[in-house]
Design a protein around this ligand. Structure first.
Ligand code: M6R
Length: 610
C-alpha cells in the first residue's frame, strides 16, 4: 500500500517521479505528493486524488530539481486529503518524509513531541517521523543518524524516504516490513517501493531488507542496519520489460491480464512438465522434496484470492497425496500461536510476496521451526526471499487490483507441486501422463473460453443492476465460487457470497427470489447430479441461474437461464478453467456500471499494512 519513488542525479527528477508514481498507483490512489530540493529549500506539492492531479499541479507550478521524492497514498491514519497526503514536513520545513506502513506507537510519540513544542498539521502517523527526526537533528546529529535514532523509537512498519535541505546530496531510506528497492543508474540512483517504477530507467536493483537504512547519493550508496552496523549490498538484474507493465492496447489492465492467461499459464508451466515420466520438475523444490514427502501435514496460509488458491490446493493435496492439509487466513495464523509439528510444511501463497499478514505468518512459522515454502509471483519479493524454498508462478506483472492471471497461475503451481509429489508416492505413470497432457492443453482451452467474452458480456448486461449474487460450487469448485464472488464484489461493489452448493439449504436459500442471480459452477464431474438438484432448488424459488458447464452437457440447457459452456479437462486442471468465465462476468458487470476496474474504491494491490 502506498507507492514511493525517489531520484537523485543530474536529470530533472519531477517527470521521473510522476511517471514512477503512475506505475505505482495500483498500490494506493487517494492522494499524491512530491517534494523536490530547490536551492536551500524544499518545494512540496500535494493533491487529493489521482497522480494526474499532481502532475497538472507540478506542471502548472513549473517544479523542477535534481533530487526529489514522491508518494501515492492509500489512507490509514487520517482521511484522504491534501493535508494528510505525503510528504510531511518538520517544523521549519527543511526536512520531508514519505512513508509506507504504520507507526503503531505514534500516539505516545505524538504526545511526547507535542509536550516539547512540536505542532502537528496532519492526522497521519507519518508526521510523527518528521518531527521525531527533527528532534535528533536539533541535538546536533546529521540527518542519517537522526533517522536511525528515530527509527529505534518506532514500533511498526515502514518503507520510508527522507530528504533534508541542509544535506541535499542524499536521500535517506529505511525499511521495516514494507518493501523498498533502489535502482542503480549511471551517476544517478532511484528508490521505489516496487521495481516496476524503475525499470524504464535501470534493471540493476538492490533489495533492502528489514532493519536496513541507506544513504543514497547520486554516485554511490551506503547501507547500515538500524543498529549502525555497515553492510554490503549487491545489485541484481531484474528480468522485466516496460511492455510487460503497460496496457498493451487494452482499455484496462484487468482485461489485459484476463486475456493474457493462455500465455501466463504457459509461462507458469514452462520447462516444468516432463511428459515421458508423467511428472513435474520444480527446481525451487529440489532440496526439499524428500522432506515434503515425509511430511505428515501441510498448512497453507494466504490472504484474499491467494487464500482461495490455497483452498483449491487443499483439495489437490488431500485427494492426490493423502496428506492432511489445513488452510488458514494469514491474518489469523500469525496471531493464534499456531501448532506446528516438526514434520509439517507450510506453504505461503502470495502474488505480491509483500502482503503484511502473509509475511508475518511466514516469520511466525519459521520461528516455530516449520519448513516454509513460498508460492509467489513477484520475483525477489520478501516472501520469496524469506522462504526456505519455493516456486515462482511466473504469471508476469499483475497491475489490476483484482487478481486474475495470478490466481490461475497459483492453481497451476499448486497442481504441479501435487503432481511432482504424487508421482513420488502412489500415482501411476499413466495417470501422471494424463495430467501432464491436460496441462499441455490448458492454454488452448483457456483461449477457447476467452472467445466467449462477448456472450459473457451480454449476460452481464442483464445482471448489472442486481444487488446481490450467490456463487455455488462443490469440491475444488467451491473455492472457485468464493473467488468468483470476491471478483464481483471487489470491482462492481455488488454484494456477493460464495458457498458450497449443498450448504445453500442451510441458510442462504432464504435469500433466493426472482431478483437473486445464482452462479453455479457445474462441470460434469462426480458431483454433477448433486449440483443439478441444487439448481432445481433455486429454480423452484424463481432464482435466476447462470451455469458454468462443460461443453457436451445438454441437460443443463433446460435448467439454467444462462449457460456458459467451457471445454472439459482433468480433475486437477478444471478449476483453472471454471475461474475464467467468472473473471469476465465480474469485469463486464463492473464496466457496465461505469466503474474503474483497475483501481476499485478502498482497495490497493499490495496490502503491506495489517
Ligand atoms: O499479493 P497477495 O496475493 O498476497 O494478495 C492477497 C490479497 O490481498 C489479494 O489476493 C486481494 O484479495 C486481491 N485484491 C484479490 O483480487
Amino acid at each position: 500500500m502506498c507507492g514511493i519513488v525517489g531520484y537523485i542525479g543530474k536529470k530533472n527528477c519531477v517527470p521521473i517521479i510522476i511517471e514512477g508514481l503512475k506505475r505505482l498507483e495500483y498500490r494506493g490512489y487517494d492522494s499524491a505528493g512530491v517534494g523536490v530540493i530547490a536551492g536551500d529549500d524544499i518545494t512540496v506539492v500535494k493533491r487529493k486524488g489521482k497522480v494526474t492531479e499532481l502532475q497538472n499541479a507540478v506542471t502548472e507550478q513549473n517544479v523542477t530539481g535534481n533530487v526529489g521524492i514522491g508518494h501515492t497514498r492509500w489512507a490509514t491514519h487520517g482521511e484522504p486529503n491534501e493535508i494528510n497526503a505525503h510528504p510531511h514536513y518538520n517544523q521549519d520545513r527543511s526536512l520531508i518524509v514519505i512513508h509506507n506502513g504504520i507507526i503503531e506507537n505514534y500516539n505516545s510519540l505524538k504526545t511526547g513531541l507535542k509536550n516539547i513544542g512540536y505542532e502537528f498539521r496532519s492526522d497521519t502517523d507519518t508526521e510523527v517521523f518528521a518531527h521525531l527526526i527533527d528532534s535528533f537533528i536539533r541535538r546536533g546529529y546529521d540527518v542519517s543518524k537522526s533517522v536511525r535514532l528515530a527509527l529505534n523509537e518506532i514500533d511498526g512498519t515502514y518503507g520510508l524516504a527522507v530528504m533534508y535541505a541542509k544535506e541535499p546530496d542524499k536521500i535517506v531510506v529505511a525499511r521495516q516490513g514494507s518493501p523498498l528497492v533502489m535502482g542503480i543508474g549511471d551517476n544517478e540512483n532511484f528508490i521505489a517501493s516496487d521495481v516496476s517504477a524503475l525499470i524504464a530507467y535501470t534493471k540493476q536493483i538492490v533489495y533492502f531488507e528489514d532493519g536496513e537504512i541507506a544513504e543514497v547519493y547520486a554516485d554511490h550508496f551506503v547501507t547500515k542496519t538500524i543498529h549502525d552496523k555497515e553492510i554490503e549490498k549487491i545489485a541484481t538484474e531484474v528480468n522485466l520489460t516496460v511492455d510487460e507493465i503497460d496496457k498493451g492496447g487494452y482499455d484496462t489492465f484487468m482485461m489485459k491480464e484476463i486475456m493474457e492467461q493462455p500465455d501466463s499459464c504457459t509461462n507458469s508451466m514452462r520447462g516444468r512438465l516432463v511428459f515421458d515420466e508423467g511428472t513435474a520438475k520444480l527446481g525451487g523444490l529440489t532440496d526439499v522434496v524428500e522432506k515434503l514427502l515425509d511430511c505428515k501435514r501441510f498448512l497453507i496460509s494466504a490472504c484474499g484470492t491467494s487464500w482461495h488458491a490455497g483452498l483449491v490446493g487443499e483439495y489437490l493435496f488431500e485427494h492426490y497425496l493423502r496428506i492432511p492439509t489445513e488452510v488458514e487466513y494469514a491474518s489469523e495464523f500469525r496471531y493464534r500461536n499456531p501448532i506446528i509439528y516438526p514434520d509439517d510444511a507450510v506453504f505461503f501463497i502470495s502474488q505480491s510476496g509483500e502482503t503484511a499478514d502473509s509475511l508475518a505468518a511466514l516469520r511466525e512459522a519459521k520461528r516455530k521451526g516449520a519448513l516454509c515454502l513460498g508460492i509467489c509471483n513477484v520475483v525477489g519479493s520478501s516472501i520469496a526471499r524469506e522462504s526456505h524454498a519455493g516456486v515462482y508462478t511466473h504469471a508476469g506483472p499483475e497491475i489490476g487490483v483484482a487478481s486474475t492471471k495470478a490466481f490461475t497461475s497459483q492453481l497451476i503451481v499448486l497442481g504441479l507441486i501435487t503432481l511432482l509429489l504424487a508421482r513420488r508416492k502412489s500415482m501411476s505413470i499413466a495417470e501422471g501422463k494424463e495430467i501432464v497432457h491436460a496441462y499441455q492443453e490448458l492454454p488452448h482451452k483457456i483461449a477457447e473460453i476467452l472467445k466467449l467474452n462477448k456472450s459473457i458480456e451480454e449476460i452481464a448486461e442483464q445482471f448489472k443492476n442486481a444487488n446481490n449474487f450467490l456463487y455455488l460450487g462443490r469440491g475444488a469448485h467451491f473455492p472457485v465460487a468464493l473467488e468468483g464472488a470476491l471478483k464481483l464484489k471487489e470491482i462492481s461493489y455488488i454484494h456477493a457470497e460464495g458457498y458450497p452448493a449443498a450448504e445453500m439449504k442451510h441458510g442462504p436459500i432464504a435469500l433466493v427470489d426472482e431478483n437473486m442471480p445464482v452462479v453455479f459452477i457445474a462441470p460434469k464431474d462426480s458431483t454433477y447430479e448433486k449440483i443439478v438438484s441444487n439448481i432445481e432448488e433455486i429454480r423452484a424459488r424463481k432464482g435466476k441461474v447462470i451455469a458454468i458447464a462443460t461443453e457436451n452437457d445438454t441437460e443443463i440447457d433446460r435448467l439454467a437461464d444462462h449457460v456458459i459452456k467451457i471445454p472439459n479437462s482433468a480433475r486437477m486442471t478444471m478449476p483453472i478453467l471454471t475461474a475464467i468465465p467468472l473473471q469476465l462476468l465480474a469485469y463486464h458487470i463492473a464496466v457496465k456500471k461505469g466503474l474503474n476496474v483497475d483501481q476499485p474504491r478502498n482497495l490497493a494491490k499490495s496490502v503491506t499494512v495489517e
